[in-house]
Design a protein around this ligand. Structure first.
Ligand code: ABU
Length: 501
């Protein structure tokens, strides 16, 4: 092709039909081939793994003063990006709490990128502002807030949504913090399950509350918060003269997929006048299914909820929401009334429709579009069918693991969500005493080795971790409706194959 620098338009930040139209089509074809259709076939690798020092040599990452020569060179760079990136839409990517490739979600994501909106004022993002209002109302209906009332925020990830809960709960208890800060105040304390997401500690630190004021409540065998310990810890905190202000229950813990007993937690919150947040970032999608929504029984009693449609519902990253029963408190907590953006003398109802000031972020992508568009394309009944399918495959996976004993041993015999946790026990360890330290020390090293082997083969990706007193175990996560019972057999066969002594 012609040299880029020879074209007088090469530096322009605006598409030119002459210079860019074919390029757009070429890139689109490339995406369809490498990332959407062919690249995620079962006979193609999930990853072409290279160690960083080798990958650096393959990729053309260095930036310089002059542009590359031609648009063909630019296409080659994108090919490289796609070739060496993990194919998270591949059915054999069961590594994280997101996966799948929703066609409508992805198309909507492209539209959002092309429009390049920032959803802080109605004047800049009229369609997305109204769309957010509709989506939040429907999500609050699903949660069960009375008449779908309240407010909502799209957030850059579930961690930030949990951070909003901390911020709003603190404001509710001590509104003076907004102006004066924490100086001279009693320690404000919150309570979470010991298996909760790490974001609570991070955001408590970020907001000046301190990580030690996030008190971990013991969990039972199933990974659920123990109510008696919650009561004990609240009493201890009061005796110490601290200022308890919030409990965060989890609906679908990150590793075990456990659901805390929200209804019972709500009763304790009512008794001690504590704010109740439910982190349903992972498990929230189950609300779409009448068959599985009982897992979140009592969630309607929460003051606020984190729910990430990019997890169980497979919306493209990122799609994280913070839903709250109180319509005004997000604005009261966060608004600073920047006069250059949120002018109150606009010709429409800016106090209602300019939603940006209730956020901590300023610029904000239109994450709403992908979820709204998916909802239009599937209806709630499509989401219900998706949830029922993935929970069904997860139930099959548990049976398959049981049938492969003693090679596999479940950690959670009856997982509540679609994360299935288990150990693979290689032949050489099968006759050892499972009560001995030596057995567990050896078993701890097995999962990382198998993970390395599968990454180098590119055959699949599944994560492992230790948790509390449990040594390294696998967590298999199903959220893509593309995953089948045959795939489950493949996963277990592949783990056995990588784990041969
Ligand atoms: N924020 C939770 C996601 C991390 C995971 O996939 O385990």
């Amino acid at each position: 092709g012609p040299e880029l620098q020879d074209n007088p338009l090469y530096y322009k930040t605006f598409p030119s039909k002459d210079l860019h139209e074919k390029f757009f089509h070429d890139v689109f074809d490339l995406i369809l081939k490498e990332a959407i259709f062919e690249g995620v076939q079962r006979d193609k690798p999930v990853v072409r793994f290279k160690l960083p020092e080798n990958l650096e040599k393959i990729l053309h990452l260095k930036l310089g003063k002059t542009p590359v020569k031609t648009q063909e060179d630019l296409l080659d760079l994108l090919k490289e990006v796609m070739r060496y990136s993990v194919k998270t839409g591949h059915p054999y990517f069961i590594n994280q709490l997101f996966s799948g490739l929703d066609p409508y979600g992805i198309c909507a994501e492209w539209v959002a990128s092309a429009l390049n909106s920032s959803v802080y004022t109605y004047e800049v993002a009229p369609v997305f502002t109204l769309m957010e209002l509709e989506v939040f109302e429907r999500m609050r209906d699903m949660v069960g807030f009375p008449r779908g009332q309240g407010d909502g925020l799209f957030c850059p990830g579930g961690s930030m949504a949990n951070g909003y809960a901390i911020s709003v709960a603190r404001y509710r208890k001590r509104p003076e913090v907004k102006e004066r800060g924490l100086c001279g105040m009693k320690e404000m304390v919150m309570f979470v399950s010991e298996d909760c997401h790490y974001s609570f500690k991070k955001l408590a630190s970020f907001q000046g509350l301190g990580m030690k004021n996030v008190v971990g409540i013991k969990v039972d065998r199933k990974g659920k918060m123990i109510i008696e310990d919650l009561v004990d810890q609240i009493e201890i905190s009061l005796e110490k003269g601290q200022d308890p202000f919030m409990v965060a229950a989890t609906a679908g813990t990150t590793v075990l997929g456990a659901f805390d007993p929200i209804e019972e937690v709500a009763k304790i919150c009512q008794k001690y006048e504590l704010y109740l947040h439910v982190d349903a970032a992972w498990g929230g999608g189950a609300l779409m299914s009448p068959k599985y929504r009982h897992l979140l029984k009592g969630i309607e009693k929460a003051d606020s909820v984190t729910w990430n449609p990019h997890k169980l519902l497979c919306a493209p990253q990122q799609c994280s929401t913070f839903l709250i029963k109180d319509s005004d408190v997000c604005t009261q907590t966060h608004a600073t009334k920047a006069t250059y953006l949120f002018q109150q003398d606009k010709f429409y109802d800016a106090a209602y429709y300019d939603t940006g000031d209730k956020h901590v972020q300023c610029g904000r992508r239109a994450d709403v579009l992908k979820f709204w568009f998916m909802w239009k394309a599937k209806g709630s009944e499509g989401f219900e069918a998706h949830i029922n399918h993935i929970f069904g495959v997860a139930e099959y996976c548990v049976q398959e693991l049981k049938s492969r004993s003693p090679a596999f041993q479940l950690l959670m015999e009856e997982p509540e969500c679609t994360n299935i946790t288990f150990w693979y026990i290689p032949p050489s360890l099968r006759d050892m005493n499972q009560k001995s330290d030596e057995f567990w020390e050896k078993l701890h090293k097995v999962a990382p080795k198998i993970k390395e082997a599968m990454m180098r083969r590119g055959s699949m990706m599944i994560t492992y971790q230790p948790l509390r007193h449990y040594q390294n175990f696998f967590r298999l996560v199903i959220q893509s409706s593309e995953v089948t019972k045959e795939d489950i057999k493949y996963f277990l066969d592949e783990i056995e194959s990588c784990g041969k002594d």
